[in-house]
Write a protein that binds this ligand. Sequence first.
Ligand code: HAM
Length: 428
Amino acid sequence: MPVIKSVKGFKDILPDETGRWQFVENTARRIFSHFGIREIKIPILEKTDLFRRGIGESTDIVEKEMYTFDDRGGESLTLRPEATASIVRAYLEHNMNAADTVTKLFTIGPMFRRERPQKGRFRQFHQIDVEYIGEKDARVDAELIFMLMHFLSTLGIQSLNLELNSLGCSLCRPGFRDEIKSFFMGKKTCLCSDCTRRMETNPLRIFDCKNEACREVISSAPVIIDFLCDDCRSHFDRVRRFLSLLNVDFTINPFMVRGLDYYTNTAFEITTGAETSQNAVTGGGRYDDLSQILGGPAIPGIGFAIGVERLISLLPESLETDREHPILFIAALGDEAQQRAFEFSNALRLRGIPTEMDLSNRSLKSQMKRSDKVNAEYTLIMGNAELETNTAPLRNMESKEQTEIDISTNDAFIASTLRKLRARGDKS
Ligand code: HAM
């Protein structure tokens, strides 16, 4: 029978990789706490309507990429393709707006999109997602982006390109929509079938198309920043001004529209030197209408999500993450010694000393090899002779120095081992 493999596009994160993941997540938690951002944990499964309405019916995500199924009760459910709609849902459901004018939230976890797997693109991937909900001031946009840049550079990620655009609002976007509709209408024969369809349903989405012929047409299309209303223009100017005040460099990319329909005003993506914008490590923007789209009051918001797999692939090669290793390995030979070692090792673990032993009754030589392999700092060697004298040698695996440990009783063993280990701590 063939061994069952994982699902295409879903990958295991193996123990040798998790050190880097922990480094990224711990750094995120530390930096977010400096900016007053609190963690929220949201479900992986939501009602399909949340994403249909939130992300938009005519986006690639909703049209082609969601894992949607009817549960046994006949309700349509979807594995979350992103976190923003869920966080805003949770915010509204729990009346979080009552607590503070701006609620700053983050979540870290898996998202699901049935895209074509390729380098940097998976069907289950992870995001670090941050949302600032409740305040529209341009300083909020600038602070969020500043914090994001600070986070990425703290991780050692170099040559970050921040691209910025404004996507207007429900006042100025309809005019732009009409303009590009007639522009694309005139180039209809050059567009792919998806874009021809989108011309009717949602012409802004044509800007997402990766097809080369469509990209050629898009490069001469009108751009939304030329159509902004006074409020949107002034907001965009202020965001740029506050970013400059905080010494954040950026470029304006008037063709960047982001792939989700909920965006209004500020939109941004960050790429690094080697990448193209399809491979952005992070993207985000303002979504001042999303609360209303989901049935709530008018509450503005802005956020971003970082793709953790892409982020980790950009970490410096030289980054060393600590690999947990035991302080003590107990090599025991014979039934009685093995039984004592079994008691001792578990008693030490309860006292916070990482301890290992071999449970396969192997030869002393192979136990010593295993101690080396797991990179134990010390090895205690215990056989019949040691049981008779009630003392056992504790070997420092690096210096090869040996001291004697009292193994007459469990308590004596613990006291004498802890004394030796503390003495080592004092020296360092
Ligand atoms: P997004 O641009 O769809 O935005 O995704 C954000 C990031 O998730 C991307 O820049 C990329 O690094 C990563 N990502 C997306 N799809 C994949 C995939 N198939 N495989 C690997 N990584 C992927 C959002 O999801 C918005 N919710 C961001 C946001 C938050 N906007 C406002 N608040």
